[in-house]
Write a protein that binds this ligand. Structure first.
Ligand SMILES: [Zn+2]
Length: 204
């Protein structure tokens, strides 16, 4: 790796590495996590070179948005994808990831608000913080519910927890049970003369 990292890049690489802890053997994870957290700029550079991890400098969020890296997707709109954070601060911590590496627009905020509504409805947190941040230069929005008597602290979510949350949060707000899709929704509308799901028309 020819390029030297800046301090900011090193911080971003550290954060990205923490997202890849599951690639290391389980018995080493705690140790590696501590190691990553306490690294200096030079340490980060050495760590990447020694462990042959330069591919980690590829943007993980672009990779998730393209479907190259699997993620627990809970929602999506034209420009953004929303996934569960696998190392969440609290239960139902969601990341809204713009599909473009450097572009973020109001539709990301819109999606973050929709998800916050669902979290509010299903999990009744004290409050929900919605923060913009950049990791590996990729802008994103964090949606972090804060619950009563609980200090947010990063943990590794189990597959079981993530699957359950994905199931709950991917349901549309207006209609909690089942997702019948556009055709069914229109049929229902004709039959009952009342809208069931509000769907945006798809314009190619
Ligand atoms: Zn990216």
């Amino acid at each position: 790796m020819a390029e030297k990292l800046t301090k900011e890049q090193a911080e971003q690489v550290k954060e990205s590495l923490l997202h890849h802890l599951d690639k290391f053997p389980e018995e080493n994870r705690e140790q590696i996590k501590e190691q990553i957290t306490s690294m200096s700029l030079d340490d980060v550079q050495h760590f990447i070179e020694e462990n042959n991890l330069s591919h980690l400098q590829k943007c993980i969020f672009c990779s998730i948005a393209k479907g190259e890296t699997p993620g627990y997707i809970v929602s999506e709109n034209k420009d953004n994808i929303a996934v569960l954070e696998i190392n969440p601060l609290t239960k139902a911590h969601v990341l809204v990831i713009p599909k473009e590496h450097t572009d973020i627009n109001d539709s990301a905020t819109q999606l973050a608000k929709e998800i916050a509504e669902k979290i509010k409805k299903h999990f009744n947190p004290l409050k929900i913080s919605i923060n913009r941040k950049k990791i590996m230069e990729h802008p994103l929005i964090e949606v972090v519910p804060v619950y009563e008597n609980q200090t947010p602290k990063r943990y590794k979510a189990s597959e079981d927890e993530l699957k359950k949350l994905q199931d709950i949060l991917s349901r549309p707000l207006e209609k909690p049970i089942g997702n019948t899709g556009k055709q069914q929704a229109e049929q229902d509308k004709k039959e009952h003369e009342e809208p069931v799901i509000k769907l945006k028309p798809r314009i190619p």
